[in-house]
Design a protein around this ligand. Structure first.
Ligand code: FRU
Length: 592
């Protein structure tokens, strides 16, 4: 069922019904749409979630029902055109009343009623402005759905801007994906945490924004990247509030993680004294025994990127444990590791520890690297690296985050950055996509291998096989596609595939192996994108494969199902696939 726009949902609220009641407040709702089965109800007054125990609902002639008693097994039926009165034992909202209703028929419905005008945060409190923003977002989302360049399989918000994945966590049967978003524009700024939930990491359900900047809080300038952990049974987010960069904490009192209460003070209010840092952000937190550990992305002025380590018993009080690992901005071998590191991700993988870093230079984020090594007494000692985690040009794959899923697999999601201009992003009304979920393993070669989630194959439909002896070219339609390109023997001349568009003759993408230079080439330069070259040393006895996912304007190529190349391209029209050289190409439509 398509999302119901907020301006439509607001019609449920009975105008003028909000009034003080005892030591709380009450209001009325009239369901004029269709019978609805309520599975849960949440109320926030001025972004502050009321305790579910303090909410009661009553239908005329019936006894009041506590909201805490409503759940899947004990739903509450809301008939049509019957006024339901809601009482809340909490301070009356001064600016905004937010109603979150979990329904069996339409999922989570959230809408806000402006109580009094005033513009305090990025999201307008002026009802007219707010209405017009909701309308703009609604039409942007509709346009994005029709946009052939908008991915269907890769996660994106309905509209506007998205960057880093945040707070990835498996919780009570679901994977929660939070992400950096600007809910007002398809451009970076006004950073909130968006939220979506999935059972299989392929089909996502959008949930309301999880974190918004608090005009009077430490995150007034934005809620930057961070992570999620479970502390004493309570889902907890640690993230960076700006400006200055400080570390903040929020907890969720609701099992579906739709409501978050912020800890009033930053939990780490400043970088360690005496350290001249560039950047102090993006907490990655994990537990060792009874203690919590946190890494923070930073850089030491005139030295290079740095990861700072902290320890805590309770997630609130943190002590600095030193520099976990440091780079050298003067060294360019085997690659430059920048002046500052964003979004560190540090975790054990088999018998090693892996440190993933998003490398930043004065010009901004560059690419993502990793090291493997050992973690001993607060220091990381690398034995392998730095390597690129994804060889897509222009740092297409950036700021990834990992987590353990219910099967104990280490899963990673990253942000697929746009390769088109800001003006084109503004015109499209959306920007940024999440990579497909990838599974991390440690290879015998000591490298981290990244493979697409196996469950993607459950989406396959309508298989076709191309090779040189039957068909050279086959039109493929505007749905996500999976291609498996197999080289039965190591090719002696350039071999691979070319994708062309029926909309324009000059546009093409080439993906192939160049034996002279021993490179896998992913060339999107004739399709509004970039050229990626990945050195490989193919084993003459082994079949070479490229596992390719094409979805809207996203392209992911997995060489040997372990070395990913992410790219963006902006072809329009229907694609045709052509074989070049001795390859077999299996093609599936992916139905999501
Ligand atoms: C990485 C990053 C993070 C920061 C966030 C802000 O892309 O710059 O370091 O927390 O994005 O949106």
């Amino acid at each position: 069922m398509p999302a119901i726009p907020e301006f439509v949902l607001r019609k449920l609220f009975v105008p003028g019904s909000l009034a003080p009641c005892g030591s709380g407040f009450k209001f009325e709702m009239n369901n004029t749409f269709a019978p609805v089965t309520l599975l849960g109800l949440g109320i926030s007054a001025d972004e502050k979630s009321a305790d579910v125990q303090s909410i009661t609902l009553s239908l005329p002639g019936h006894e009041a029902v506590p909201a805490a008693a409503i759940h899947e097994q004990q739903p509450f039926s809301l008939p049509v055109n019957v006024i339901v009165s809601v009482q809340v034992l909490a301070s009356e909202p001064k600016n905004k009343l937010t109603i979150q209703a979990l329904t069996r028929e339409a999922g989570l419905l959230q809408f806000s009623i402006p109580v009094k005008s005033g513009a305090k945060t990025g999201l307008s409190r002026n009802p007219v402005k707010e209405f017009s923003q909701q309308l703009t977002n609604y039409f942007r989302a509709q346009r994005a759905r029709r946009d052939p360049q908008h991915p269907r399989l890769h996660f994106t918000p309905p509209a506007n801007w998205m960057n880093d994945p945040n707070g990835l966590i498996f919780w009570q049967g679901n994977v929660h994906l939070f992400y950096q978003t600007n809910p007002l524009e398809p451009a970076w700024g006004n950073i909130h945490w968006g939220h979506a939930v999935s059972k299989d990491m392929l089909h996502w359900r959008h949930l309301p924004l999880a974190l918004s900047p608090d005009p009077n809080g430490a995150d007034a300038g934005g809620c930057f990247s961070g992570c999620a952990v479970i502390h004493e049974g309570i889902p907890t987010l640690l993230y960076t509030g700006v400006y200055p960069e400080v570390q903040c904490l929020a907890m969720s009192p609701s099992p579906n993680l739709v409501r978050w209460q912020k800890h009033p003070q930053p939990v780490i209010p400043a970088p360690p004294p005496g350290l001249s840092v560039e950047g102090f952000r993006d907490p990655c937190v994990w537990k060792e025994g009874r203690e919590w550990l946190m890494t923070l992305g930073s850089g030491i002025k005139d030295v290079g990127g740095a990861v700072l380590l902290y320890r805590s018993q309770d997630l609130r009080s943190w002590s600095y444990a030193g520099i976990l690992f440091q780079g050298d901005a003067l060294s360019h071998h085997p690659l430059w590791t920048g002046t500052m590191w964003e979004c560190p991700s540090f975790f054990p993988l088999e018998d090693k520890w892996v440190l993933i870093l998003s490398v930043c230079g004065p010009e901004g984020g560059l690419y993502t690297i990793y090291y493997t090594g050992q973690f001993t007494t607060d220091r990381f000692i690398p034995d392998n690296g730095p390597h690129l985690l994804d060889t897509g040009a222009g740092g297409c794959y950036y700021a990834p985050q990992t987590f353990l899923d219910e099967k104990g697999r280490r899963i990673i999601f990253g942000w697929l950055r746009e390769a088109r201009s800001a003006a084109d992003q503004a015109r499209a009304g959306w920007s940024g996509a999440m990579s497909l979920p990838r599974v991390l393993t440690l290879g015998n070669d000591g490298r981290v291998h990244l493979a697409p989630l196996e469950a993607l194959s459950t989406l396959r439909q309508e298989h076709e096989r191309l090779n040189l002896s039957n068909l050279k070219s086959r039109p493929i339609r505007d749905v996500p596609l999976e291609l498996l390109v197999t080289f039965p023997r190591p090719p002696e001349t350039w071999s691979g595939i070319t994708l062309t568009s029926d909309a324009s003759s000059g546009e093409r993408i080439k993906i192939g192996f160049d034996p002279d230079r021993s490179l896998v080439v992913t060339d999107c330069t004739q399709a509004g994108g970039l050229l990626s070259e990945t050195p490989i040393s193919p084993d003459p006895d082994q079949t070479l494969t490229f596992h390719i996912f094409i979805d809207g304007s996203t392209l992911e190529v997995y060489i040997q199902d372990r070395l990913p190349v992410s790219a963006r391209f902006y072809l329009t029209g229907k694609l045709q696939v052509h074989c070049a050289g001795p390859v077999l190409v299996d093609i599936w439509k992916l139905i999501i």
